[in-house]
Design a protein around this ligand. Structure first.
Ligand SMILES: C[S@@+](CC[C@H](N)C(=O)[O-])C[C@H]1O[C@@H](n2cnc3c(N)ncnc32)[C@H](O)[C@@H]1O
Length: 278
């Protein structure tokens, strides 16, 4: 139970429990309806009983491994504030690399000449990729699929709040779009191996967003294996740090050309794209 009376004491309480400084400040600022800068300037401001209890409960959940984004109810992704709930994966910074690549090619690269490029986001979760691409390339016609109805409703809600137009489809990977074809398809599918020890630290996020068979490759295999029927151009996928050779091999077997891999900010090969000729 938190005994802190003011802002500084509440933060010290959280640090002493082992909560990281940034997390503690974000949670307390959220509970007090203030900014982190405000907290720094008002260390002796008293907390109300309700603020103190709510912050204490947040600290307990954080110690239990609940992501800060779920406690705040939101996460920034490429300048968009997205609502996130435990039904959706918390969007990761490395996925911004997938969006960067897409926008580079839509705005100036091989797809730059298309008037209204058809773009698909497979497994949209909170809508992060679809919404960031639609925002960054307003002439694109963006469709997004998701097999979790709960996740899709979070994505729709984000789109409405942000005023961004996306065609949302409920269903299994490409099946959700029928026979439609796309100039650019993007996917950040589940790619963690079922036995990966890191999963223990991710237990608050939906398993269906993370785990994909014994090697983490089942969903990538399905998406890439069916790409020929829907891709009139490029498919770019995010994957695990050690999966690039397998993913490139799957793309080659499925008829893709010009296969290339990009690294994330830490230098790990994490995104691979290939082109299917029209
Ligand atoms: C790794 S998460 C990515 C979410 C979001 N695109 C992002 O980058 O934050 C994978 C998403 O794929 C969805 N998914 C899993 N299996 C699927 C399937 N068979 N068909 C469609 N979506 C699926 C999950 O529900 C989850 O939202």
């Amino acid at each position: 139970m938190i005994s802190a009376g003011n802002v500084d004491e509440a933060l010290q309480f959280a640090y002493a429990l082992g909560i990281e400084r940034l997390d503690a400040m974000l949670l307390l600022a959220h509970r007090m309806g203030q900014s982190r800068v405000w907290l720094l300037a008002h260390g002796d401001h008293s907390l109300s009983a309700a603020e103190r209890d709510a912050f204490g409960a947040d600290c307990r959940q954080r110690l239990d491994g609940v992501p800060v984004a779920y406690l705040l109810g939101e996460r920034e992704f490429r300048g968009l504030t997205l609502r996130v709930t435990p039904e959706v994966l918390v969007p990761r910074p490395e996925t911004e690399g997938l969006v960067d690549w897409a926008l580079e090619w839509l705005n100036a690269g091989p797809l730059g000449g298309l008037k209204a490029p058809r773009v698909l986001d497979l497994g949209t979760g909170s809508g992060a990729v679809a919404l960031a691409v639609a925002k960054g390339c307003p002439r694109a016609r963006v469709t997004a699929t998701e097999h979790s109805a709960a996740a899709l409703s979070v994505a729709r809600d984000n789109a409405e709040r942000l005023g961004i137009d996306v065609d949302w489809r409920l269903g299994d990977w490409w099946q959700a779009v029928g026979a439609a074809r796309f100039d650019l398809a993007l996917a950040n599918p589940p790619y963690v191996a079922a036995s990966d020890p890191h999963l223990a630290a991710l237990s608050h996020e939906p398993a269906q967003a993370l785990v994909s068979g014994p090697e983490g490759l089942d969903d990538l295999r399905r998406i890439i294996g069916q790409a020929r029927a829907h891709a009139d151009g490029w498919l770019i996928v995010e994957h695990g740090w050690n999966q690039a050779p397998s993913v490139a091999g799957m793309m080659l077997d499925a008829g893709a050309r010009e296969i290339q891999t990009r690294a994330d900010l830490a230098g790990h090969p994490r995104i691979t794209g290939g082109r299917w000729a029209q």
